[in-house]
Structures are given as structure tokens and as C-alpha cells.
Design a protein around this ligand. Structure first.
Ligand code: TRH
Length: 362
């Protein structure tokens, strides 16, 4: 069997950065294992700062309507990220190429990450395409996840070595942060209602804290909170100093998580990166209209066997409970995350697994 395949990953950016972030990690991870990858994406804006130096083996193409296929070689494997509905003209071309290859092809539906139980039941299930240009083809549901019965998590083979070589002081200095031993907390969030309480808590001390605020929604939320509380200076109050960060590429985003003593993250990709960072974390889950995220959050807290203080903090941070934001109690949270990370490190990463799923012998 040919070990190098041509993968077409289709990504539609709905909002935020997660769609781009996950598809990019998958694309570059496959390329790093000797695969050829085409990433079709309808909005490259976030990719330009997240991954300014594309690795060899990944070709980024604009997902235009209609899609410009021209004389392109169609390729072997289709990845439909997060139910994005692949361009019908590409599906038609793919169906023809599968027929020409005697029925060989693989169409994967890459799903959202969840720790819920249905993931293990649904991972790998097959579904026939019932209409449209792909009629007669089959799709397979590929669920990332936290157990060996799922599709795994994105994790680069050199992650541990990179972490071991990371120099915190030098990195902070390069970012223009005059670190003096204060507690560092990174903040990547939407608009949590408890944000004001967090800022008050940090300002009250007794420990000096520097909050490293990511740009976009998190920075806007912090400024709005401070303005709402009548603060004219947005650079800190009491024991709290605030640093507003520039956008970082994905490698530097890891560095931010590694450099901090506590990480507030959001969405699904930064959650996984925060687990690998092995620092206490607080997750703001992406909110869904029907509140489906409540079960998803519970499942994750259950998976990590979160102590009560961490559950209570998550309830307040995600607005899933009524109580006020409890105090930060990070020592037990550290033990929780270290145990989870150790467990997950024993499992094959997503790229290893998806290559295996595709039946490629490597
Ligand atoms: O941006 P997000 O909130 O994305 C969300 C989630 O993925 C959610 O599940 C999805 O349904 C929704 O989008 C549409 O959070 P997430 O998933 O953590 O993605 C953030 C990405 O941005 C991640 O790859 C890290 C990257 N990033 C950087 O590379 N540099 C930065 O400076 C920042 C702030 C983020």
C-alpha cells in the first residue's frame, strides 16, 4: 500500500479561531508524518497569524464558491471538518475518482471534541451518503476524544521535548514582560459573567498577579469590566497588573500556557493545549444555544475527576451555577491536571490514529 496519500481537508470558519486552529494542527501533523495535505478554507485571516510559516507538505487553498478545481489531482482522502458540507463540485469530482480507482476512497467527518460517553459509541461509525453528487459513497464519523475508544487528541511527537527546552524568563522578556516573580495567569475567554469577580479577587491579593490577556474578545471583556467598575486605567488595580498581549502564533500560544501558573482557556483546541501545558486550567466552554454545553462541561469535569473547588469554579465561570466565583485554589487543581495529562499521554495522538484509520501502513 502507498504510504503517502493526498488528503483534502475542508474547513469553514464559523466564528472564533477553533475551526482554523484544529484544521491547521491536523494538516500540519499529517504533513509532518509524510502525508500530502490540501487545506481548503473559506477564511484565511486567522491562519495568517496563527501559522505564518506553513510547513512543506501543506498547501492552503481558498474555498471559493464555486470551488476552483481546474485540473487538480483529486486525491485519496476527504476530511469534512465539523459538518462543513464539502463543496458539491469537489464531491462530484471525488466520486468520479473513487469510481475510477475501483471504489477506493475515504471520507471522514471530523467531529467536535467531547468527553461525553456517546463519543466512544459513535467514533468510526459509517453512514451512506443518501443524496447529492456523493450518492453511494460512505462517510465515517471521526470523533476526537479522551479515551482509547475514540479518535484521540492532537499532540505533536516533539511536544515533550519542546516543553523541556522552554525558557520561561527569556520568552517573557522577548514579549516585553518585566517578570518579577509575580503569579502569571493567562486569560483566553469569551465574556464570562464572573470576569468582574475574578478581577476583584486578583486585585484584592494578597498575592501579586499579572494577568496576560489575549487580544480580541478577552481583552475587550476585561476593558469593559474595568470601565464598568469606573476604572480609568486599564493596566491594573491593587495587586493586579494587566498585560494586553498581541496575537501569538500557535507555537507561541503554547509558550504562553507553559509560562503561566494558571490558564483560563476556551473552546476546544486551547483546552487540549492547556492540558499538555500541565498547569492548572479553567475552561470556558463554547456556549451552545440549547445549553448542550452543560453536559459537555460536566463530562469533562468527570473525566478529569475534578475536585469540588474546581467544579464550583467552573460552574461560576461558565454561568452554569448561581453561586459567586469561589477563591482560586490551584494546588489541588495542579494534581488533577497532572494526573489527566499522564493518562492521556499513554494514548496515541489523533494524527497517529487517523493515519491508522485510513489504513496507511507506516
Ligand atoms: O477560538 P475558540 O473559541 O474556537 C471555538 C471552539 O473551537 C469551539 O469548539 C468551536 O465550536 C467554535 O470555535 C466555532 O477556541 P479554541 O478552540 O481554543 O481555538 C483557539 C485557537 O486559537 C487555538 O488553536 C489557539 C489559537 N490561538 C493562537 O494561536 N494564538 C493566540 O494568540 C490565541 C489567543 C489563540
Amino acid at each position: 500500500m502507498k504510504t503517502e496519500k493526498l488528503w483534502n481537508i475542508f474547513c469553514r470558519v464559523i466564528d472564533n479561531y477553533g475551526d482554523t486552529g484544529v484544521c491547521w494542527r491536523l494538516a500540519s501533523g499529517l504533513a509532518a508524518r509524510g502525508q500530502r495535505v490540501r487545506l481548503w478554507i473559506d477564511d484565511v485571516s486567522a491562519l495568517q497569524w496563527m501559522a505564518p510559516q506553513p510547513p512543506a507538505g501543506v498547501e492552503v487553498r481558498p474555498w471559493t464558491e464555486p470551488l476552483d478545481i481546474g485540473e487538480l489531482e483529486i486525491g485519496d482522502i476527504l476530511v469534512e471538518a465539523f459538518g462543513c458540507a464539502i463543496a458539491p463540485e469537489f464531491v462530484a469530482a471525488y466520486a468520479d475518482s473513487v469510481t475510477a480507482a475501483g471504489g477506493k476512497g475515504l471520507w471522514l467527518n471530523l467531529e467536535y471534541l467531547s468527553a461525553e460517553r456517546f463519543v466512544a459509541r459513535s467514533h468510526g461509525l459509517r453512514s451512506p451518503v443518501m443524496s447529492g453528487p456523493g450518492l453511494g459513497l460512505r462517510k465515517y464519523f471521526y470523533y476526537p476524544g479522551f479515551t482509547t475508544a475514540t479518535g484521540g487528541l492532537l499532540r505533536e511527537p516533539d511536544l515533550v521535548a519542546r516543553q523541556a527546552g522552554f525558557e520561561r524568563m527569556a520568552w517573557l522578556q522577548q514579549l516585553g514582560i518585566a517578570f518579577q516573580g509575580e503569579r502569571l495567569i493567562s486569560l483566553f475567554c469569551y465574556e464570562p459573567t464572573a470576569l468582574g469577580q475574578l478581577l476583584d479577587q486578583l486585585a484584592a491579593g494578597p498575592q501579586a498577579t499579572r494577568l496576560l490577556v489575549t487580544p480580541g474578545r478577552a481583552a475587550a471583556a476585561v476593558r469593559a469590566c474595568l470601565a464598568g467598575a469606573g476604572q480609568t486605567a486599564h493596566e491594573g488595580v491593587g495587586q493586579l497588573q494587566i498585560a494586553y498581549l498581541p496575537v501569538l502564533d500557535q507555537r507561541d500560544f503554547d509558550h504562553l500556557l507553559w509560562a503561566s501558573d494558571l490558564n483560563f482557556v476556551r473552546g476546544e483546541d486551547s483546552l487540549v493545549r492547556a492540558i499538555w501545558a500541565n498547569k492548572p486550567l479553567v475552561w470556558q466552554i463554547y456556549p451552545q444555544a440549547d445549553d448542550a454545553h452543560h453536559d459537555k462541561l460536566d463530562a469533562f469535569l468527570e473525566l478529569m475527576d475534578a475536585p469540588l473547588s474546581l467544579r464550583a469554579f467552573h460552574d461560576a465561570w461558565n454561568g452554569t451555577g448561581q453561586a459567586a466565583l469561589p477563591a482560586l485554589e490551584t494546588a489541588p487543581w495542579q494534581k488533577t491536571i497532572t494526573a489527566l495529562r499522564e493518562r492521556l499521554m499513554q494514548q496515541d495522538d489523533l494524527v497517529t490514529q487517523v493515519i491508522r484509520f485510513a489504513g496507511i501502513n507506516r
